[in-house]
Design a protein around this ligand. Structure first.
Ligand code: HEM
Length: 415
């Protein structure tokens, strides 16, 4: 049996914070291997990247999610007791509940709600000074997803709720005040949504049939029990929080349109090229660096031994930039997505494998729909200038975003 190449450093947590998205890829290059082992957060960890590794990682016979996610991530980003940490029948039951929300009609409806928000905001931007796109998008997406999910949202609450959802996303890899802000936001968010679940169950709050609030409040698990109110709130947050996080991908789409202006013309009124463009934004720009799992029971793979319980990280960013899968991976080239369905283990910004039976992101279709609508709005419905600003995308910041949040000025309606 071959020995898995070991990282030089005995504990790599600081290196992960320093190297960010390049942490795994840099070491894979150094050891000329798509697998190596290290210690992260004081636990022995195997790191993997590439297509064969993704196919392995999404085999539920070999890996489990229980106990894989560091506590600091659960306390801020994902919550505790949600679908992300479940395995087997319990996971299938919870995931089926979430995927039932993602019908093509429902996905289009959410897209329409974002279009409506866009139409309402452009006249406001026309008369305003510089607009920070990231800040505007967060609020627009909060309004849209709450309306879609059946969650009542007074206009006066929008800013605070958006800030809390943003704080959960920004705080998992942070230390100090940013992390504490995420802890507080999660506590407040779970309390808010657990109260709404109570009211729906008591018949005091009507929630539309098929809405996330109603479906989750009325769900019964495999043993016929309703979800505990806090867990129901965690799952509702699993719908609201990542939908608002699509604002980051939309900012990256705006940045890509700015850096590659020829694509403004190519995507205009063309659903197919808009689709390629959106896939390339999801491949090229960094969002979630890794997915985490634990070895269920020992096995051997490519001559390497995986002991039971060992934590394994799959490099999502590194796989999306792997030269064996993506020729000239550091070039932004939407046409590489022309023709054919994306490889379920090759393009993995939102995880790989299957949506219902595995842990692949439940909201991938929503993400693509919202991004396509946003690209159409940015190119066909408005014109704007992009003034000088800091648009650098740091690969050291987790999660990253251009520091300016993408400023636009001189907005004009064109449709
Ligand atoms: C901003 C764009 C998004 C990104 C980058 C993203 C990324 C991811 C990633 C990397 C995973 C983990 C995959 C794994 O553990 O193997 C995941 C899981 C998940 N995502 Fe997303 N996501 C996004 C949007 C959404 C949206 C819009 C929703 C819901 C409306 C959503 C709901 C979920 C849920 C519920 C899971 C857990 C799935 C499971 O464990 O079975 N995500 N996402």
């Amino acid at each position: 049996m071959a020995t898995i190449p070991a990282d030089r450093s005995p504990e790599s947590t600081l290196a992960l914070l320093r190297d960010g998205y390049r942490f795994i890829g840099a070491r894979c290059n150094r050891y000329d291997s798509d697998i190596f082992q290290t210690r992260l957060l004081l636990r022995r960890t195997i790191c993997l990247r590439g297509r064969p590794a993704a196919e392995l990682f999404y085999d539920p016979e070999r890996f489990q999610r229980a106990g894989a996610m560091p506590l600091r991530v659960q306390r801020t980003l994902t919550g505790r007791g949600g679908v992300q940490g479940l395995d087997g029948a319990a996971h299938r039951d919870r995931k089926t509940m979430l995927m039932a929300l993602m019908t093509p009609t429902a996905v289009r409806h959410l897209g329409q709600l974002l279009d409506d928000e866009w139409r309402a905001r452009v006249p406001v931007w026309e008369g305003a000074g510089p607009v920070v796109l990231y800040r505007e998008l967060g609020r627009m997406l909060t309004r849209a997803v709450c309306a879609w999910a059946g969650v009542p949202m007074a206009e006066g609450q929008v800013v605070r709720r958006t800030d809390d959802l943003h704080a959960m996303i920004a705080s998992a890899a942070a230390i100090g005040p940013t992390h504490w802000r995420g802890l507080l936001a999660r506590r407040r968010g779970e309390r808010w949504l657990a109260d709404l679940v109570d009211r729906v169950r008591a018949g005091a709050l009507p929630a539309p049939a098929g809405s996330a609030l109603r479906v989750i409040a009325e769900h019964h698990d495999t043993q016929g029990r309703p979800l505990p109110r806090r867990i129901a709130a965690v799952e509702l947050l699993n719908v609201l929080r990542p939908t608002v996080a699509v604002d980051r991908f939309i900012v990256f789409a705006a940045l890509a349109l700015h850096d590659h202006p020829a694509w403004r013309q190519r995507v205009r009124d063309d659903d197919e090229t808009t689709g390629w463009f959106v896939q390339e934004v999801r491949r090229y720009y960094p969002f979630f660096p890794v997915a985490a799992a634990r070895v269920r029971r020992s096995f051997d793979w490519q001559g390497y031994h995986f002991p039971p319980g060992r934590r394994v990280l799959l490099d999502l960013y590194g796989t999306n930039h792997h030269p064996a899968l993506w020729p000239e991976p550091e070039l932004f080239r939407p046409e590489r997505h022309a023709g054919g369905r994306p490889d379920p283990f090759g393009l993995i910004p939102q995880g790989g494998g299957e949506h219902t039976t595995g842990h692949r992101c439940a909201g991938e279709w929503i993400t693509i729909e919202l991004m396509k609508r946003a690209v159409t709005n940015l190119t066909s419905c408005m014109r704007y200038d992009v003034p000088p600003q800091d648009l650098a995308v740091s690969l050291r910041r987790l999660p990253t975003l251009p520091p300016s949040g993408f400023l636009i000025t001189n907005v004009r309606r064109t449709a």
